[in-house]
Design a protein around this ligand. Sequence first.
Ligand SMILES: Nc1ncnc2c1ncn2[C@@H]1O[C@H](COP(=O)(O)OP(=O)(O)O)[C@@H](O)[C@H]1O
Ligand SMILES: [Mg+2]
Length: 242
Amino acid sequence: MVSTESPRILTVSDLRVSYRGVPAVSGVSFHIDAGELVGIIGPNGAGKSSTLLGIVNAVRSDSSETSLGGVDLRRMPPERVARTGLALVPEGHHIFGRLSVRDNLRLGSTARRDPRGLEEDLKWVIELFPILDEFANRPAGLLSGGQQQQLAIGRALLANPILLALDEPSLGLSPTVVDTVFAAIARIRERGTAVLLVEQRAQQTVAAADRTYVLNDGRIVMDLAPADAADSALLMKAYLGS
Ligand SMILES: Nc1ncnc2c1ncn2[C@@H]1O[C@H](COP(=O)(O)OP(=O)(O)O)[C@@H](O)[C@H]1O
Ligand SMILES: [Mg+2]
């Protein structure tokens, strides 16, 4: 049966990434439907970042399918992948420290597929992260880590992506700021943008996501539902590998 409710937006089939012949991602397959929040968790070195970088072609990758909204992303330069509607906030988020917060946000809008709606999106981003308005004229490098993460997410949202991919957005943040970031992710999804959330925070991610894939040693070893967040033994097993 064909569903018009939630079309598939991302399909990844048999994704592989190697560095100098050493495999980091060994045949990862998953999908994301419209409106979904999908998690990928796993220990350090599991291949989470390489999976994201391989999808957007920021590193060399191979797959039998990588497509966004039916568009083949394979061999597409990363800037074009962004323009096609996949906004990646990489680990460490790469904001431009010397540019003002406002100018950093403006850069995000250059990847829009459609210039219409920018004002509306800007309003929504500022409502989501009020500090981006408060510190609009401040050099981004002077913001705290949590504020820079909010800026990076806000900038990505101004591209009005089909899919927002976040690589460990809570890394190095204080517990309060982590909650701010997770609350924002929930609101982004409620507004209709699909989210791929890569995290090491297993419990919080599994609870928030529609589906969470556990990555270990370059392979998906498990997929978890929100109810599994309460099962700490299962989460522990997912992490340590079986
Ligand atoms: N640029 C790189 N060059 C060589 N090896 C890398 C590079 N990036 C990652 N790796 C290796 O690939 C594996 C997966 O890394 P990564 O994707 O960063 O994992 P994660 O994001 O889950 O911590 C690790 O063994 C890591 O050391
Ligand atoms: Mg990583």
